[in-house]
Every structure is written in C-alpha cells, then in structure tokens.
Design a protein around this ligand. Structure first.
Ligand SMILES: *Cc1c(COP(=O)(O)O)cnc(C)c1O
Length: 409
C-alpha cells in the first residue's frame, strides 16, 4: 500500500503556497524510516546506512540523514560535492562509481571517502589517482541469474557491475601487496524488492564469500556492504518490506558465518526505501480530452517524473478531497510532452476528475525529481520540504528559462 500518512489538508495547503508542479517531501517520515532502519541493524557492529544520493540529491535532505546518523553513497563528482555541502566527510562517504572519470577517485580520496571498486582494473586507476587507502571495498558480481526461492530476481550475468569470483583473490592479493589492511565486500543483485529474504540471502552470500577470501588472501574482511535494492509498495496490493525482520534475517546469517561476537561491520546503501514513500508529486488537472480514450492533462510531465514513461512503472495517484469517492472513471493521466509515453497512468480507475483538481502522485521521493530532464524545453520543478513543525520550506526553486539557456555559448 502506498503511503497515506499525510493528509489531503497538507497537500492542499502546500499547493496554496507554491505553484504546481512540485515534489513535496515529508521530513518526519524520512526521519522515521532512518530510525527504523538503524534500530533493525542496531545489533550489527559498525552499522552504517549510506543514503544513495542519486535517489534524492538535495543537500537539505542529506543533512536530515546526517542528523540521523546516516552517511552518503556517491557515484559522481557532483554527488561528492553534494555530500560535502551537507557536511559529510571521511568514512561517512562511500564512493561507489563505475566507468567514471579517474579524477573522481582523486576527489573521493581527498575527502577520505570509503572507496568501492567496481572493477579489478580500478586498482591501477586508484593507485594513480589519490592512492590506495588502508581499507578498500570491492563489488562482487556472481554472474548467471539470481534466484530467491522460485523467482528470478535479477540477471547479474547481464549486468555491467562488479568483479567475477575468479578476479577477487587476484585483486585482493594485489591490494594487500599495495598496503591494504582490510577489505569490504559489496553486491547489488536485486532492485526494488519488498521480499524480506533478499538482504538475508545476499548477506549470506557475501559473508560466506568474505570468509573464503579472508582465508585465500590473508586479508581481514572489515565489512559487508549490502548496497540498495530494498523496495517499496508502489501498488495498493503490495506489502511493505519488514525492515525489522530483514535485520533479524541478516543477523542470523551473520551468526551462522561469523558467530555472535565478531566485529565484521554491516553497511547499506539504501535509496528508494529511505525516501521513496515520503515524496509526492503535486500537480493540477488542467485539461480534459475525450477522443478514443479519456485523457486528463496535468501541469506536470515526464520531466518531473520519468519512471512511468521509462519503465512503465506504476505510481499510485489520488485526487485531493476524493480519497473515498468511487473510482468509477478510467483515464490516461498525461503530461504535455510531444512524446506519447508521457503518461503518469494508463487506463487508471479514478473518481471523476474535474479541471482544477489537485492530483497527488505517490512515491516520488526517490528516483523522481532526480531523474528529471529538460526535453521539449520543459523545465524541472521545485522541491518543497514539509518540515517536522508543519511548515513548508522551498528546498529547490523551479527552473526558469534563464536556467535552460544558461549553458549556451
Ligand atoms: C542505485 C544504487 C543504490 C540505491 O539503490 P536503491 O534501489 O535506491 O536502494 C545503492 N548503491 C548503488 C551502488 C547504486 O547504484
């Protein structure tokens, strides 16, 4: 079930204060999720969530995570700058890039960030760009297909990320020769899964592998990084992930492999799970069109939220003031791009929509604004924080034509 913890009154007040479209983020909800996650892993030595900056790259949000004891997972120069802007430094930053300009290693090393190497060849790049730190994390790719029970959760063999198993002992021995004192192990094998067995399963794989590599290379395993991938219920019939059960499942694997008194750390890099349900795209219905189908045109478009256009992703929509009205109409809810996939919903059952209605598009708090673009000369929207004291704070203004033209020479 999507998140209905914020009342329509809040959405209406926000839309009175700021012109639509904009993304609204709920500070209290974000903090609640951070605390629940930290509590679920309170048993784990050196537990650290590194919020995946790409999910919601706004320093105001990053500062909230910093206050909740989280770090920042970055994979580009600008994300490193955002993390710095929000006050993160040293081991509070994870740098997890792939195929990036090598200068970004220099930057990450200047910040003393934890480095996660996507490829064995990155050892030489890091050596030449900032040098090798005492602890290095490496990203594992098991190849083939990744199953949970009977379900295929992903195809690591088709994914560009990580090292093969054969490369691990070779690279780790090399890192040891270069002065490394301990290593971390990372993998990201399933995306947006609410299956509570994903993290425990992944943890089991990485714990076993880490223990095996410790023996093979004589280098101690310092931490396991479970990365992102814990999902959220975008659809009304979907269930939330139970993070307490997930933490307990990971703990059982930990005890199985290392025993109860080990000091191997646990890290996560969750993005979607942390902020996804705590953001909404607010937009007004501005057109109604009846041809072969019934269309509601809104003042937002795929530039503000591309997931439906790009992946056919489902985002729940409700109409302010009509939560309990019968969904007895069927609409395509569209933006204004000259691109027919610019639809937030296709054949969606909704109550009758009137021009001027305020539509709330759910679960835009991660990979929402962040994936915005300017195709068709449509500009990116504002971002507004619904603060803990009940007021609204503009944390990013909407783009103007001046922004659009700013890079032209
Ligand atoms: C995208 C990404 C994440 C976050 O993924 P979510 O699905 O948002 O949890 C974490 N780590 C890395 C390396 C990523 O690329």
């Amino acid at each position: 079930m999507p998140n209905f913890s914020v009342s329509d009154d809040v959405f209406v007040r926000a839309a009175e204060q700021f012109p639509t479209p904009f993304h609204l983020y709920d500070e209290a909800g974000i903090r609640r999720t951070a605390r629940t996650l930290n509590a679920a892993f309170a048993w784990a030595p050196h537990f650290q969530e590194y919020f995946a900056v790409k999910a919601l790259p706004n320093p105001h949000i990053l500062r909230i995570f910093r206050e909740e004891g989280c770090g920042a997972d970055c994979s580009s120069e600008c994300e490193l700058l955002l993390a710095e802007m929000a006050g993160f430094s040293g081991e509070e930053i994870m740098f997890s890039a792939n195929a990036m300009p090598p200068e970004e290693f220099d930057h990450a090393r200047r910040l003393n960030a934890v480095i996660n190497l996507d490829d064995i060849s990155d050892i030489d790049l890091l050596l030449a760009h900032g040098g090798i730190p005492e602890v290095v994390c490496v990203r594992y790719n098991p190849g083939g297909e990744f199953h949970l029970g009977n379900a295929i959760m992903g195809s690591p063999g088709e994914s560009k990320y990580g090292w093969t198993k054969e490369q691990l002992p070779i690279g780790l021995k090399r890192l040891k020769e270069l002065g490394v004192k301990g290593f971390g192990l990372h993998a990201f094998l399933a995306s947006n899964t609410t299956d509570n067995s994903y993290y425990p399963r992944l943890a089991g794989i990485l714990f076993d592998l880490g223990a095996e590599m410790e023996k093979a290379c004589g280098l101690p395993l310092r931490f396991v990084n479970l990365s992102g991938g814990v999902g959220i219920p975008y659809r009304p019939e979907e269930k939330e992930a139970d993070i307490a059960a997930i933490g307990e499942g990971v703990r059982q694997e930990y005890v199985r492999v290392f025993g109860a008194n080990a000091s191997v750390g646990i890290k996560t890099e969750l993005g979607r799970y942390m902020t996804g349900p705590h953001g909404w795209l607010l937009t007004h219905a501005v057109h109604e069109k009846n041809i072969y189908k019934h269309y509601i045109g809104v003042d937002a478009c795929a530039s503000n939220l591309i997931r439906p256009a790009m992946y056919g992703a489902y985002h729940h929509i409700h109409i302010c003031g009509k939560r309990n009205a019968p969904a007895d109409h069927v609409y395509d809810v569209t933006g204004c791009l000259c691109e027919n996939n610019d639809k937030f919903a296709v054949d969606r059952k909704l109550p009758k929509v009137e021009k001027g209605d305020l539509l709330v598009i759910h679960d835009t708090g991660a990979h929402g604004f962040a994936m915005g673009y300017q195709y068709n000369g449509r500009l990116r929207s504002a971002e507004v924080l619904y603060t803990q004291d009940g007021s609204f704070r503009l944390i990013r203004r909407a783009e103007t034509p001046e922004d659009y033209f700013a890079t032209l020479l």
